[in-house]
Each structure stands twice: as structure tokens, then as C-alpha cells.
Design a protein around this ligand. Structure first.
Ligand code: SUG
Length: 416
């Protein structure tokens, strides 16, 4: 049975605030703060528990091996002698944002009837450019079944940030869909991270039908306003596109293209007059998981608690839910530790539409597995990391041990 499975990145023991992502307002404004890796990971686990309780299938990915000594070695340095910026880039726990792990095209969309995944190269940001090797190893393990095809990264310099810039519209998850790739054009103060050539290469690799594949330009206003990925200003689920007015460069043409390719679409647009772009970005209203709730009760929005604390956002949402809109339920979740680095509920998950029976069961979550993960986190994740701690050999040994304990608990030691 084909269904949507959300794979969340388990927040790793090296989670810290190094201010590494230019154009990501939260990362910049929290640079230098003391992080709380243990609390962060437990928040992520609680989000998974919440979604399981809603009856939604849930999977996860393990954190990558950080600090990344092999990457520093390729730069002819090591943890002791690396310049501070390189050391911080080696330490990043950024693989937690699984929406940037890969782009996924479910089997009904592909010419060969398989579910295709292309690991994201993440070349725009140095601290993320060395994620793909570890992520690819994990994708190859989780999706080894012949129902899947896992592709290596698109070559540099064509930046690709995965599912965060990709949306899918369909009558039901198991039906053929229309895939929308959103790309940016560089030249502004903040980088455009998703290149059109990368998106087109992925569409070719995934054997998508050109008539059901759209390439839409993200608005410069959004990128320069701090929406470094499209999923900060838009999200789609089944026949609904939930979007801010400023998401696309040519709004009218974009909506027309989408309607032409998928006439059943319901575009729920939030006007800038109701929620300003800064409020949308601060609250991460659109970085929500828009999900079809079991038992036909309509759609639910799993959104960060920051959305409830932003008056314009909450007012708009309450009015929508009280009216006849497709979003029937609101579920605020606390992922503040991730949010402080610019990662909301939707950043933390990768959607894979597939039969759960074809996924390696070690990557699927149930309450007992989440209990096991939480126990390892509680026992081994550092409570706090201050910027100066990244030079500490003792902390390095601790975080390596912590990850090894998790891999052992999940029977995933081959990811070692
Ligand atoms: O790439 N933050 C991530 C946040 C990614 C959010 N993902 C999606 N929107 N799907 C990024 O900017 C900050 C790390 C630091 O500064 O330490 C960071 O990488």
C-alpha cells in the first residue's frame, strides 16, 4: 500500500549555533548562543511521537558522523589545527534537516514505476556540502528494495537542496502527481541555493513526464527577505497548495501554470496584507507539515509554536479553520532548538511516498523505537554546547560515543 512516510532527521549530539548559513535569519541572529543538543533531540522525538499518535507513518534518519574528520583531512587539516570557521563547518549537525537530504519522486510519477531519490549536493553552504556522502549511504540502506532507485548528487556547481524546493500535487498520494521544482536566480545579497539546471537534471533522472513537471522561479523578494528555501513560504499536500503571496517571482503566471497542469488544485494563498513576509519567516507558518489526517477529517497543519505566538499568523489560521478551508486542524509543536537555526517542523522531515513494507524496517519508527532513541539521547547527548567547546577533544570523544550508542541501539552500526 503506497502511503506518505515522513522520515525525520534525528537531531545529532553536535547541534550548535555557529551562524553558518548566510541568508538564514535565525542562524545569523542566534550565532554564538549556547545550544542544547539533548533538549533539541528530545523535541524532535516528541514531534515524531505526536505524528505517530495522529496515525501517520513515521521513519527517521540517523545523525551523520560529526565532527567530519575526513572532510577536514581533505582540506589538509584536522580538528586540532583547523581554523575556527572550518572546525565549525565540520561540526555542524545540519543533516537533521531531512527536507534537504534528497528530492523524492514517488513511483506513480516516474516512467519506470519506481520511487526515485536524488541525494542533494548542498554545495552552496560549505558546512552542508559534505553531508551528501553520509546521507547517500543511509538512503542506499533504507531504500535498498527494488521499488526504489537512489541517485548520487547532481554535480557542482549546480546547487541542489532537495525536497525543500520541491512540491507535489496529486488527487491522492498513490495517484500520479504534478511535481513542481522551485528554483532561485542568484545575484542578490543572499544566495539562491536551488539552481534550475539541478532541478531539471533531477526531473530527467527521475523520468518524470514533462507535461506533469513544472519549474517555477522563487521570488527574489522571498530569498532576500530570508526565505532561503521555498518551503519557508509554501507547502503542498495532495490537491492543496498553501502559499504566501510573495513566494513566486511571477505569481500570476505561476498560479496559471499550476492550474493548467493540475486543474483540481486548491491554492490557499495568504496575502501579505494579512501576514507580512517578515512575520511568515519569523513564525515559519509555511514550514509546517501539511498532512492528510486519517479517517477523512481533512488536512492538519503541524506547525511550530512560534506560529501561535505571532498574532497576524494565528489570527489568519483561526479564521481559516473556522471557515471552509481545507486545513481543519492546527497542531503546534515545540521544535525551538531547531527553529533557532532556521529549521521548522517541515525542514526536519523528508516525505517518501512508498509502501512501508519496502523500507528497511530499521528506519521505521514506532513508540518502542522512539523510546529506545530517547533513552540513548537522555544518557549520551550533551546538555549544552558553547561555541568554544568545539575545540574540546573531550567533547569530540563524547559526541562520537553518543552517536555510536545510537547506531548500536538501532542495529545500524554499518553506518559507523
Ligand atoms: O540550511 N540551517 C539550515 C536550516 C535548513 C532548513 N531547511 C529547510 N528549510 N528545509 C540551513 O540554512 C544553520 C547551521 C548553523 O548556523 O550552525 C543551518 O545550517
Amino acid at each position: 500500500m503506497i502511503t506518505e512516510i515522513n522520515f525525520d532527521g534525528i537531531i545529532g549530539p553536535t547541534h550548535n549555533y555557529a551562524g553558518l548559513s548566510r541568508g538564514n535569519m535565525a542562524s545569523a541572529s542566534n550565532a554564538g548562543d549556547v545550544s542544547q543538543p539533548r533538549a533539541a533531540a528530545l523535541q524532535g522525538i516528541d514531534k515524531m511521537r505526536h505524528n505517530l499518535a495522529l496515525g501517520l507513518p513515521q521513519g527517521f534518519f540517523a545523525p551523520l558522523d560529526r565532527p567530519d574528520a575526513a572532510w577536514l583531512a581533505a582540506l589538509a587539516t584536522d580538528l586540532d589545527s583547523a581554523e575556527a570557521h572550518l572546525r565549525a563547518q565540520a561540526w555542524s549537525a545540519s543533516s537533521m534537516w531531512a527536507a534537504n537530504a534528497a528530492t523524492v519522486s514517488p513511483a506513480p510519477d516516474s516512467g519506470d514505476g519506481k520511487c526515485h531519490l536524488t541525494v542533494a549536493n548542498l554545495v552552496t553552504m560549505p558546512h552542508r556540502s559534505h553531508e551528501w556522502q553520509g546521507t547517500l549511504a543511509q538512503l542506499r540502506l533504507a531504500f535498498a528494495h527494488p521499488a526504489f532507485v537512489v541517485h548520487g548528487p547532481v554535480p557542482a556547481p549546480f546547487g541542489d537542496e532537495g525536497a525543500a524546493n520541491h512540491m507535489r500535487l496529486c488527487a491522492g498520494h498513490g495517484q500520479p502527481g504534478v511535481e513542481i521544482f522551485v528554483y532561485g536566480v542568484g545575484g542578490g545579497r543572499f544566495p539562491a541555493r536551488q539552481h534550475l539546471d539541478a532541478s531539471k537534471a533531477i526531473a530527467r533522472h527521475h523520468r518524470l513526464d514533462p507535461d506533469r513537471t513544472l519549474f517555477i522561479r522563487q521570488s527574489d523578494t522571498a530569498i532576500q527577505g530570508g526565505a532561503f528555501h521555498n518551503d519557508v513560504v509554501a507547502v503542498a499536500n495532495e490537491r492543496v497548495l498553501f502559499t504566501h503571496e510573495t513566494a513566486f517571482e511571477d505569481r500570476t503566471a505561476a498560479h496559471a501554470q499550476i492550474r493548467a497542469a493540475f486543474p483540481e488544485v486548491e491554492i490557499v494563498e495568504v496575502p501579505a496584507s494579512a501576514v507580512s513576509l517578515p512575520d511568515a519567516i519569523k513564525s515559519y507558518l509555511f514550514n509546517a507539515q501539511l498532512v492528510s489526517l486519517p479517517d477523512d477529517v481533512g488536512m492538519g497543519l503541524i506547525l511550530p509554536t512560534e506560529a501561535r505566538e505571532t498574532p497576524s499568523v494565528w489570527t489568519w489560521l483561526e479564521a481559516h479553520v473556522a471557515g471552509n478551508g481545507p486545513i481543519r486542524r492546527l497542531f503546534p509543536v515545540d521544535v525551538r532548538q531547531s527553529m533557532a537555526n532556521g529549521g521548522g517542523p517541515a525542514c526536519l522531515r523528508l516525505r517518501v511516498v512508498a509502501d512501508p513494507a519496502t523500507v528497511d524496517p530499521r528506519f521505521m519508527a514506532d513508540e518502542a523505537t522512539l523510546d529506545r532513541i530517547a533513552a540513548v539521547v537522555a544518557a549520551h547527548w550533551p546538555e549544552a554546547i558553547a561555541p568554544g567547546d568545539l575545540a574540546s577533544p573531550a567533547l569530540t570523544a563524547d559526541v562520537r560515543r553518543a552517536r555510536a550508542q545510537l547506531l548500536a541501539a538501532l542495529d545500524l552500526t554499518e553506518l559507523g
